[in-house]
Every structure is written in C-alpha cells, then in structure tokens.
Ligand binder design. Structure first.
Ligand code: ATP
Ligand code: MN
Length: 561
C-alpha cells in the first residue's frame, strides 16, 4: 500500500499524524540512562507524532538508538531489554468469541475466549496510546509461497520492534509493497499500554488478542517480540488449513544442496528446530513455521528467532555469525566492551536473536522446497530414557504427532525454568486455534500418500535424568540426523524397543553403538526400567485423556510400558 492509504487505514482507529495527543509529559531534560529503556516502558507521548512506513533496517536502527530503545553490540546487533516479559505469556492470549469463528476454535487450555466488548476496549485503548506517539509501520507477508501468502500491516510504538517485524516476516518485493490491496490482517503492537486485568478481562497487564472477524491482532503490555511472531503464526494456523488446504506446522525445514530432499523437524520450544536446521551442509528453508501444500513445503517467515543461551561460535557458527548488524537481540547481557556474554542468563534463560534468513549463509533464498522425504520429531526428554533416535511406523508417527512429548527447558514461557515434561499435540498446540485432529488428519493423509520416513529424535538427556545424566552432545545429534537424511541409519537394521515400541537402529556412522541403547547408558538398568515405564505410563494417560477417539492401530503403536 502507498503511504497515503496506510494513513487512511490507520485513521479508522483514530491514528493520525500530529493529532490525537492525550498528554505531553513535562519536558524536563533528562540525563541519558546507562541502560536502554525496556521495550514495555510506555515512554512519553509526543505533541507532534510521526508515522514512518516501511523504513529500511538501517533507518529503524538509527531511530531505535536515538530513542534509547537499545544499544549496539560489538558486532552491530541491536540489543534490547524487553522488560517484565521475557517470554510468551500463554495465559494472556485470547481469541475474540464470535459466531462464525467460535464453532471452529478448540477452546480450552490454550485458546481462551474474550468478549467483543473487552476486545474493543483494549483495542481502542491501544489505538489511543499509539495515536499519541511516533509510530513505525511495517508491511510484511506470512508465506514465502505467494499462492498462499497473507499480508500483515504491523504498527509498532517501538522502532526496534518494527525492525523485528521487518526481519522475521517475509519481506515484500518493491512491486508487492506498492500494491493497493488492503492487508489481510492489521496488527497493533503497544508494549507500553498496560491493560487493567479486572476491567479488560485479560487477567494481567499483558494481552495478545486475535480477532478473526475483523482480521486484527492487538498486543499490549508485553515487550517480548515472540508474541508478534507467534500470534501471526496462530492466525496462519487458522486460515491456511481452512481456506487453502495447507497443513501449517511448528517445524524447521531444510533441503539438500540441490534444493531437493526436504526434511522437516517438528518440535516444541527448546528441542532444537533452529539449532539443527542451521546446518552448513544443507540449505535452510526456515527455522520455525512452515506450510505443506500441494506444491511442497514453504516458510511462513523471512527470518529466524534463535535462542542464545550459551551460544558458542564453535558449536553453532551459523547462528553465532548471524548476530550482526540488522539483527535484534533480546535480553542478552553485554560485557562492558559490548561483546555479548551468552553464558550470562541473569535477565532470563530465554535470550533471543532475530535475524533475516539471509544472515544464514546456506539459506534457501526462495523459502520453498519439494514435499518432505524425511520427517523428524524432536523431543527433549528430561527423564533421559528415550532412545537417541528411533524410526516410526506411519501409525507410530500419528501417535507421536498427536502426543507431542517434550520437557520444557530454558523458560520460553514466563515462569518455567526447570525442565518439566509436557504433552502438546502437533508439537505446537499453543499456536493451533483449530481442533488438533484437523492438523493430525492432514498429516496422516500426507504420510499415507507420500512415503516419507519418520524418526523420533531425543535431543535431551541420556545416561540418567536431567541433573544426573547429560544432554546428548550436539555433534552426536547432528550425526544421527545426517544418517537419517542419507538413509544410512536403515542399513544396520532395527530392534523394537520393548517399552517405547519404536524401532531403534543398531548402528549409526560417526556415533558409538552404546549411544543408541538408552538402557545401556544408565549405570543402574533397574532404575532405567522404572523411569522408562513411568514415562510410558504418562504417554498412555495422556493418550487416553486426549485421543481416546483415535483408531486402535494408532493407540497400539504407542509405548507399551
Ligand atoms: P523455539 O521453538 O523456542 O524457537 P527451538 O526448537 O528452535 O525452540 P533451539 O533454539 O534450537 O530450539 O534450542 C535448542 C537449544 O538446545 C539450543 O540452545 C542448543 O544449543 C541446545 N542443545 C544442546 N544440545 C543439543 C542437542 N543435542 N540437539 C539440539 N539442541 C541442543
Ligand atoms: Mn527456534
């Protein structure tokens, strides 16, 4: 859209340049703070607010620095402190309840309803807040495959968050940017607007509100940029399966050097999607959100959002080197010489860096690949009992897809610090508005007709539970992935695991045989059996509670105990 049309669209919410000023706080000169302002610090209103549309990254960085939203690190990345929220706030995410939408939504633990009246109160408050401040508007796409792309117009009070949006979404071409078509969705981002939990019905100062009827997202009270990305993902997870027959997936994706042999890596937060997809021997399609349509797999995004805890140049050189000018990093501690100290997790364990996909040298520039030939389910097992890798039959693949087991690590969600076991259907239930079976059936259909090989990969603990055993070395995990991709894992034959009912390979090039046998790694085999059976029982309980309607052959493919 042209700038004039952007302004017209914003005027619907009462957002106009140079107008709508609520108050101008005292103009006392202030000494610059030593630290950047937190993203959720509301900051002063302006007597003459300006709206900047589609500023290039360098200009957004200048604005962010001038406004003390962040500081540059030694490599030129923009460093932010997000304030009270350093992870997603799943309890603050709501979908507006409305006939025509409500029937489709899987209401429950992850999809919370909010009334239209409450939504409109927050939306109008946010719009007034934004109208009184300088605003940074970005037009971006979700969907590298333009047949399925949807356009988002994102209005931010922070230049730094506009930079995040610019880097994480698919960047429109100049001619797409000039198109006068209205955006499919409008997103208002006001971290400095704090909701009234009682009056607004949001339960906390933060709110992430999705309105499918008027096609809007409103984000208030949280400066964690992951909320912008994951609410847009939630919208795509509602629209694409219904309107385009595209399976949307919480997974990373790569192809081989020739752009063939697509592999996808499903997994909950912290299981290794970003880490394992940054592989110099393969081309990166994307690290987190993809669609699977009739033409193959495509990235919904144009950038990555990598965890930075203990990021290390020798183990993860691609990600380490992606943190440079143009990157936005959140809550990383800087040393006095401005070099990031990735081992310092004193602000949060969930330190993050967002960079455009081109920062990864082996990126697939089109963001698309053919239909997958290998599917990996990543699970980070804090009990230390699952095999490092196992092959799944199509039935077992369905079982593990609807189960979505992992242990949460690194506190991506507010308040979670120690590893705890989790079951989350589709390895991404918090972002899936529709009934999990809609997505599961779409995967089942694709598995039946396409012959992809499916593996369960434990990127978590081995040789004992968290605290006693060790996290499997990244180099070993990478060797297992390579063997799965190349088919060499199949060459040594498989043995059925008697508890987990999955096929464990006998050999893998580059990995000692012992690593493949989880029981043999424990010093006390009897204790292994107790822990493994306990986890198997948790799988069965979860399946009985959530999936009892599924056919017997899927139930029978799960852990036996
Ligand atoms: P999110 O959905 O939150 O983005 P993710 O699935 O992308 O999560 P990663 O960012 O890849 O997860 O996080 C995996 C973390 O675990 C990284 O910090 C990585 O260094 C660490 N790690 C340690 N050992 C392994 C291993 N064997 N395999 C994968 N990751 C490992
Ligand atoms: Mn990731």
């Amino acid at each position: 859209m042209r700038r004039s049309n952007v302004m017209k669209l914003l005027a619907r919410f009462g957002i106009n340049e140079g107008e709508g000023v609520i108050s101008v706080p005292d103009a006392q000169p202030r000494t610059p703070p030593a630290e950047p302002r937190a993203t959720d610090d509301p900051g002063p209103a302006s007597s003459d607010p300006r709206v900047s549309v589609d500023l290039p990254a360098a200009a957004l960085i200048e604005q962010a620095l001038a406004r003390r939203e962040g500081v540059l690190d030694a490599a030129g990345a923009l460093h932010l402190r997000t304030g009270a929220y350093t992870g997603r706030a799943p309890k603050s995410r709501f979908i507006v309840e409305e006939a025509g939408v409500s029937e489709r939504i899987a209401w429950g633990a992850v999809n919370h309803p909010i009334s239209r009246a409450c939504f409109e109160r927050v939306r109008d408050g946010v719009a007034r807040h934004l109208a009184a401040r300088d605003l940074f508007v970005t037009q971006g796409l979700a969907g590298a495959d333009r047949t399925h792309a949807r356009s988002f117009l994102v209005a931010c009070e922070r230049a730094s968050q506009a930079l995040f949006v610019r880097q994480i979404l698919v960047r429109p071409t100049p001619s797409e940017q000039r198109s006068d078509a209205e955006p499919d969705f409008v997103v208002l981002v006001a971290p400095g607007f704090h909701c009234d939990p009682e009056r607004d019905g949001t339960g906390s100062a933060a709110a992430v509100l999705i309105d499918f009827t008027d096609r809007m997202i409103v984000i208030a009270g949280t400066g964690y940029s992951g909320e912008i990305k994951k609410s847009i993902f939630s919208v795509m997870n509602y629209i694409l399966p219904v309107e385009d027959d595209v399976l949307t997936m919480h997974c990373s994706a790569t192809t081989d050097r020739d752009g063939r042999g697509t592999a996808i890596f499903f997994g909950l937060s912290g299981t290794g999607k970003t880490t394992l997809s940054a592989d110099p021997e393969r081309l990166l399609i994307g690290d987190d959100e993809h669609g699977w349509g009739s033409a193959g797999v495509f990235n919904l995004e144009g950038g990555c959002y990598a965890k930075c805890d203990n990021l290390d140049a020798s183990h993860e050189p691609e990600i380490f080197n992606a943190v440079r000018f143009g990157c936005v990093s959140e809550n990383v501690v800087l040393r006095s010489d401005r070099v990031p100290d990735y081992t310092d997790l004193s602000i949060t364990r969930n330190t993050r860096a967002c960079y455009p996909i081109e920062h990864i040298s082996s990126a697939n520039a089109r963001g698309m690949g053919p239909e997958p030939t290998v599917i990996l389910f990543l699970t980070c097992d804090a009990f230390g009992v699952l095999p490092a890798i196992a092959r799944l039959t199509p039935e077992a693949a369905m079982y593990h897809f609807v189960t979505g087991f992992t242990a949460k690590v690194s506190g991506t969600e507010q308040g979670v610090d120690e590893p705890t076991p989790t079951f989350s259907a589709l390895f991404g239930e918090p972002f899936m508005p529709l009934d999990p079976m809609v997505y599961a059936n779409m995967l089942g259909c694709r598995l039946r007709s396409r012959n992809a090989r499916v593996y369960l990969l434990n990127t978590g603990w081995i040789a004992g539970p968290a605290g006693e055993g060790r996290r499997i070395e990244l180099a070993s995990t990478r060797a297992l992935v390579r063997a799965a991709l190349e088919g060499t894992l199949d060459e040594g034959g498989y043995a059925r695991d008697p508890i987990f009912n999955v096929d464990v390979p006998a050999r893998c090039p580059g990995v000692p045989d012992e690593l493949l046998d989880p029981r043999a790694l424990w010093s006390d085999a009897a204790r292994y059996d107790i822990s493994a059976r306990r986890l198997a029982a948790m799988f069965r309980d979860n399946f009985d509670r959530r999936c009892s309607h599924l056919p017997d052959e899927i139930r029978a493919a799960g852990p036996l105990g």
